[in-house]
Ligand binder design. Structure first.
Ligand code: GLU
Length: 322
């Protein structure tokens, strides 16, 4: 592959059914990649052992294929080989930046001096850090490990959403990079994979915008570049909450079972992005023709200001679009 080639990834967590919001983000990712000639890696993020469900891996592939999203090469599955993540943790430990943390969630919450930012996140209290120096090797892989994160601004330049400043040290404090289940935490796994898979462009939901700052910081400590970011505003239910599994009727599998054509779902996504005037059946190649990088860039800021809602009546109206 030439050095200049760019790569993106579709990174579903096989934790259950994909919904219309996931579909929209994946369609945007796919369209950008196909317009720009990026390679697309499909990566199944199955290390969050508490969330992964049997059969969800195959279901995610089926859902993507249903909406016409394809990728290049065979899927990458995180759990198949933990070596790269172990090496990364060992490297962070060598620099003396990682400590083993056996504190319970309750202990951390009780000790937190400035707990509960808006999103309910608890900052890891610096006073709970063990005395230094910290071991520069990993004694056990079956323990939580945290990365030292001091307060400092971390600026994220997003291709869709502009510039956003974060302070991971203030917002989250020392980040969990390894879990006692013997697997890397999400933040570390993503940085390691994006680097080793040559991912130059990350397109994903804007619930992960603050994570981009954390991932930049981890990438710096690992001495690897971070990707360009393209965060796509989420879709909400008409209860005002981001679309999730509790909105069961909105899962792609359920819509499919109810006889809603994929083209109707794609059409809804296109209309919500302002690519067509109102929902109508749209084939994947028609979506692609409309979802040019310029059109997508133009759509995103407004979507952040005025989020799209996929309401309780939408599945029925999609059913009539076939
Ligand atoms: N696997 C994550 C999710 O499904 C996405 C992670 C990422 O794009 O960085 O929410």
């Amino acid at each position: 592959m030439p050095a200049a080639a760019r790569t993106t990834r579709l990174a579903p967590t096989p934790s259950g059914a994909l919904h219309v919001g996931n579909a929209r983000t994946f369609l945007v990712n796919w369209a950008l990649a196909r317009h720009e000639g990026w390679r697309i890696v499909l990566r199944l993020e199955d290390l969050d052992l508490g969330r992964v469900k049997a059969g969800a891996h195959e279901a995610a592939l089926q859902d993507l294929a249903w909406i016409g999203v394809d990728w290049d090469g065979t899927p990458e599955v995180q759990s198949r080989d933990l070596t790269p993540y172990r090496e990364a943790l060992a490297r962070l430990a060598t620099d003396g930046r990682v400590f083993r943390c056996d504190r319970s969630r309750t202990e951390i919450r009780n000790a937190a001096s400035a707990p509960h930012a808006d999103d309910g996140e608890t900052r890891y209290p610096p006073e709970l850090r063990p005395p230094r120096p910290w071991p520069t090797g990993i004694a056990t892989w079956d323990a939580n490990h945290r990365l030292l994160v001091e307060p400092a601004p971390e600026v994220v330049h997003d291709e869709f959403l502009g510039t956003h400043a974060f302070d991971p040290g203030l917002e989250a404090g020392d980040l969990v990079v390894w879990t006692k289940l013997g697997v890397p935490a999400y933040q570390l796994a993503v940085v390691v994979d994006d680097a080793r898979q040559g991912v130059s462009d990350v397109v994903r939901g804007d619930d992960l915008l603050a994570s981009a700052a954390r991932q930049q910081l981890i990438a710096r400590h690992l001495g690897v570049p971070h990707a360009r970011w393209w965060h796509v505003p989420l879709v909400y239910g008409d209860d005002g909450k981001r679309l999730a599994k509790r909105h069961g009727a909105h899962s792609l599998a359920q819509l499919r079972a109810d006889g809603v054509p994929a083209a109707a779902v794609i059409g809804w996504c296109a209309a919500s992005l302002g690519l067509i005037d109102r929902p109508r059946a749209l084939e994947p190649r028609e979506f692609l023709a409309r979802a040019t990088p310029d059109a997508l860039r133009a759509a995103m800021p407004a979507l952040r200001a005025r989020p799209s809602v996929f309401g309780a009546d939408d599945p029925r109206s999609l059913g009539s679009l076939g």
